[in-house]
Structure formats: C-alpha cells, structure tokens
Design a protein around this ligand. Structure first.
Ligand code: HEC
Length: 153
C-alpha cells in the first residue's frame, strides 16, 4: 500500500514539475493571436516602406518612422514565442523551440539586415535603396519564414 502511495506521489510531483516547465501563465490562444497581429503590423510597416521606396506614394518623410518601428518590433520578436505557444492555430514551426539557437541567430541576422538597409537609405540614392530593400526582405522576413514558418494555404 505504502509503495502505491509513494508511486502516486512520485507521478504527481513529476506532473507538477512538467507543468512548471510549461509556462502557462498566459492563454496560448490569445498569445498566438497577439503574435500574428504583431506580425501583421510588421507587414504593414514593410509594405509602407515598399510603397515609399517605389515612389508609389508621396510620403518619403514617413520612411524613418517605419524603419524605426521595425527596429523596435524586431527587438521583440524573440519574446513572442514562449514555451507552450507551439500548438493551436499557429504557423510557427517546432524548429523555433527545437533549434532555439538557430532561431536566435536568425533574429540577429534580421536585425543586421535592417541596419544595413537603414544605412543605404541614409545615403539617399534611390536605386541603391530599392535594391537594398529587396535584399532586406530576403534576408529578414524571407529567411526566417523559410526556416521557421509553415506555409499557409
Ligand atoms: C525571426 C523570424 C521572423 C522574422 C524576421 C519575420 N517573421 Fe513574420 N512570422 C514569423 C513566424 C514564426 C510567423 C508565424 C507566427 C504564428 O503563426 O504563430 C510569422 C508570421 C507572419 C505573418 C502572418 C501573420 C498572421 O496573421 O498569421 C506575416 C504577414 C509576417 N510574418 C510578415 C513578416 C514580414 C513582412 C517580415 C519582415 C519585415 C517578417 N514577418 C519577419 C517569423 C518571422
């Protein structure tokens, strides 16, 4: 009998330890929705930059606003993927958690790509800016999505 009680106690303790590893102080569904809304905002700034550098809109004075917003948002990407937010209505791949170092590295590269683009913008050459914007897209959004985001149908 004592053996059985000990066994139960051990199993319960193990379960509790497991639950603690999973930080469930938040609602995963809300968190995933927030993360996707956050990314939609990133896309908004990115599309705005595209329209400006292509001279499709007369808002050249907004360029630094969108770039500095992206800088701030890129600083927070890492915090959008806590343990336990890997299931449900998400397109985040498991590799974010199983290859956490690679994910961190990809965030660092995305920030560097943004810094490079910003430098080119500051030089004020239109053609170079347009080319640098395409490069920025490939080595930030494109690169991270390729490794860490599932394709949506
Ligand atoms: C370091 C990785 C990383 C970078 C950099 C990144 N993204 Fe994402 N993005 C993701 C992941 C992961 C998801 C999937 C999130 C989910 O479904 O939970 C995502 C989702 C999205 C979505 C879909 C949102 C939705 O409603 O489901 C859009 C749009 C998006 N990203 C745009 C961008 C753009 C534009 C850039 C570049 C300016 C960018 N992202 C940079 C990782 C990244």
């Amino acid at each position: 009998m004592i053996k059985i009680i000990t066994l139960f106690a051990t199993i319960m303790l193990a379960n509790m330890a497991h639950a603690q590893n999973f930080n469930m102080d938040y609602n995963p569904e809300m968190l995933i929705k927030y993360r996707q809304d956050f990314m939609t905002a990133v896309k908004g700034h990115n599309n705005a930059i595209k329209a400006i550098v292509n001279d499709a809109v007369p808002y050249h004075n907004h360029l630094s606003l969108h770039i500095s917003s992206l800088e701030k948002m890129f600083d927070e990407i890492g915090s959008l993927f806590p343990e336990g937010s890997d299931f449900g209505e998400t397109n985040a791949k498991d590799t974010i958690w199983t290859q956490a170092d690679k994910f961190q590295q990809t965030i660092t590269e995305a920030k560097q790509a943004l810094a490079t683009f910003k430098q080119v913008v500051e030089q004020g050459d239109k053609e170079k800016t347009s080319a640098a914007f395409k490069q920025f897209g490939r080595s930030s959004c494109g690169s991270c999505h390729k490794s860490f985001k599932k394709k949506q149908d």
